[in-house]
Ligand binder design. Structure first.
Ligand SMILES: [Zn+2]
Length: 352
């Protein structure tokens, strides 16, 4: 394993950011290469915990000569977001300086040639230079996995349409309970930047079957535990074996994927009609019928008219809900995975 440190100049004198990159296997090794990063949203840590268990297994595979492809791992991909603490609250989703989501606005390139991307000397805010740096690190790998989590949620994946169902093996290995298949744009999520050099390939190109690009959502923000992390690491390891990056005869091929795979437009984003205390009546994993009570927003507890009901727009599965309990008008409350297109579906990412 080679460990190196990426350095980014801060936006003001006296500041800089650093993050580690771990590389396994020689650069010229011929098998499928893999890139994994975690904590792009600085407060989403199940992926970090999974890598804690995966990295020793990669080291062992390297030591035993069982790496057929190189592997690059960035355990904390966003030192800016990792360091954003506001009055004791860690806020890692949006850059404090611009309110830009750290997982939007990545450069979308037509090929793996990253020579045109800005370097650290460019007169750009550090968050933009970080995004360029991560794209430089990731492009050129066959398998690109960006490890995130939701607020509270099931384990699920975002997968670009041309890669489905080729990537059903990953969903099987990770025990994902749902796959959201997206088409069109994602407002420049990292996943879209990793996909961008491939989009001109014809749909029937054999290249799709050997590539993987995904945003992995490892449940919710507080689901950081040895048991889930070890299981997630095991799933990632088995996927790398299935794709031929690691050789391990003891690992069985993935079983057929048995979970849901639905178009992104079927997700019912459910919003708060008013501000107040959220009283959820459902949790991730629950199945609901159209019209079922999902939650109440309490504005005047115990008084007539003091609870505002939010009901299911269609039949489906509760995929996620928020971990906070005080909401504001228009705030996201939950994601309901429906069986038909949502009447409020819109292009781009589900959330800001
Ligand atoms: Zn995230």
């Amino acid at each position: 394993m080679q460990s190196s440190v990426e350095v980014l100049r801060g936006d003001v004198p006296g500041t800089e950011y650093r993050f580690k990159v771990l590389r396994f296997g020689p650069a010229d090794i011929a098998g499928p290469s893999a890139y994994l990063q975690a904590a792009l949203h600085g407060d989403e840590l199940p992926g970090v915990a999974a890598l804690h268990y995966l990295i020793p297994r990669l080291k062992l595979a390297e030591r035993e000569g069982r790496l057929a492809g190189r592997v690059t791992v960035v355990p904390f991909a966003n030192p800016i977001g990792s360091g954003q603490v506001f009055f004791g609250e860690h806020l890692g989703r949006f850059a404090f300086g611009s309110r830009t989501n750290f997982n939007r606005d990545f450069p979308l390139l037509p090929s793996d040639d990253t020579s045109g991307l800005p370097g650290d000397e460019a007169p750009l805010p550090v968050e933009k230079r970080l995004k360029a740096r991560l794209v430089k690190l990731a492009l050129g790998h066959d398998l690109v996995l960006d490890l995130h989590c939701d607020s509270e949620g099931l384990s699920y994946l975002y997968i670009p349409k041309p890669l489905w169902p080729h990537m059903a093996d990953l969903a099987s290995c990770l025990g994902s309970e749902a796959v959201l298949v997206w088409d069109g744009g994602s407002d420049g999520a990292f996943e879209e930047a990793a996909l961008s050099p491939l989009v001109s390939l014809p749909q029937d190109s054999p290249e799709w079957a050997r590539r993987a690009v995904t945003t992995v959502e490892f449940r919710g923000q507080v689901d950081v535990a040895p048991e889930t992390a070890e299981a997630d690491a095991d799933g990632l390891y088995r996927f790398l074996v299935a794709r031929g990056t690691i050789v391990d005869a003891a690992v069985a091929p993935p079983a057929p994927y048995a979970g849901l795979a639905v178009p992104l437009e079927n997700v019912e984003m459910t919003y708060a009609p008013t501000g107040g205390a959220i009283l959820y009546h459902v949790r991730p994993g629950d199945r609901v019928r159209a019209g079922d009570l999902l939650c109440e927003i309490l504005t005047a507890p115990g008084e007539p008219g003091g609870a505002h009901e939010v009901r299911a727009a269609q039949d489906g599965l509760i995929l996620t809900r928020r971990s906070h309990r005080m909401t504001t008008p228009g705030d996201d409350l939950l994601k309901l995975l429906g069986t038909r297109r949502s009447t409020t579906a819109k292009p781009g990412a589900l959330e800001s």
